[in-house]
Design a protein around this ligand. Structure first.
Ligand SMILES: Nc1ncnc2c1ncn2[C@@H]1O[C@H](COP(=O)(O)OP(=O)(O)OP(=O)(O)O)[C@@H](O)[C@H]1O
Ligand SMILES: [Mg+2]
Length: 217
């Protein structure tokens, strides 16, 4: 397994540098995470898909989580299937979870017809279901196919913008810990900070560099 998958945070407390986003999710979890859609936005490699999976795991076991790598793979038939399956509970986990989750990454690529379907689906989302979108794109005015107005869809979602600020130090320390654990560390913390800067805070890219031996000696 590559390092970035191996060291992908599995819980909110492991997610680095996103205290505001974590707080929002914790607050919502107190009232129940189900019956909601989430819109997670932010730069590449800072934890959007990671957070989406953490939220999904709060309600559903892995066989009841479907994930689309990009929105253009989420077609009208998939939206129909989503609407159908959401009427029933998911598999029961040993910890008593029976929900369902659908994650749609690169959500800015959603097709016009699918956006229309989703508006209806999100309106009637059962309490055991969550739908989670992730995107690198900012702004609501022109998203999706044909740059359509995203307000109607986004207003049905809990919006969680991830910050790109203040990550460098924490990401550098984490990268060094990972490198240490894997026997790939031979450089001081300052070198990791430079690496994180060069990768523009993209932790996936940082861990790829570590994996390829860049921080050895
Ligand atoms: N906030 C974070 N804390 C700890 N590790 C992180 C964090 N963000 C990213 N990572 C590491 O980087 C990898 C990639 O993160 P993730 O898939 O969540 O990025 P993303 O924001 O969805 O990026 P993209 O826009 O390219 O899809 C993770 O598997 C994890 O190892
Ligand atoms: Mg992603």
């Amino acid at each position: 397994m590559n390092l970035s998958e191996q060291y992908r945070p599995r819980t909110l407390s492991e997610l680095i540098g996103q205290p505001k986003a974590v707080k929002v999710v914790e607050r919502i979890a107190e009232r129940g995470i189900g019956g909601r859609a989430f819109w997670i936005s932010g730069a590449t490699g800072i934890g959007k898909t990671t957070l989406a999976r953490i939220i999904a795991n709060m309600i559903a076991q892995r066989h009841s989580i479907v994930e689309y790598d990009s929105a253009d793979k989420f077609k009208e038939a998939d939206a129909d299937r989503l609407a159908d399956t959401m009427h029933t509970y998911g598999f029961l986990s040993p910890t008593g979870l029976y929900g369902r989750a659908c994650i749609i990454n690169e959500a800015h690529g959603l097709r016009r017809a699918v956006v229309r379907q989703l508006l209806g689906i999100l309106e009637r989302l059962p309490g055991h279901c969550v739908v989670i979108f992730t995107t690198t794109r900012d702004g609501e005015d022109a998203l999706f196919e044909d740059d359509i107005d995203a307000h109607p869809l986004l207003s049905r979602c809990v919006q969680i913008p991830l910050t790109n600020q203040g990550l460098a130090g924490a990401f550098a320390e984490r990268a060094r810990q990972v490198a240490d654990a894997e026997g790939l560390n031979g450089k001081p913390l300052a070198a990791y900070k430079r690496l994180v800067q060069r990768c523009r805070n993209n932790m996936r890219a940082v861990l790829q560099a570590v994996e390829s031996g860049e921080m050895v000696e």
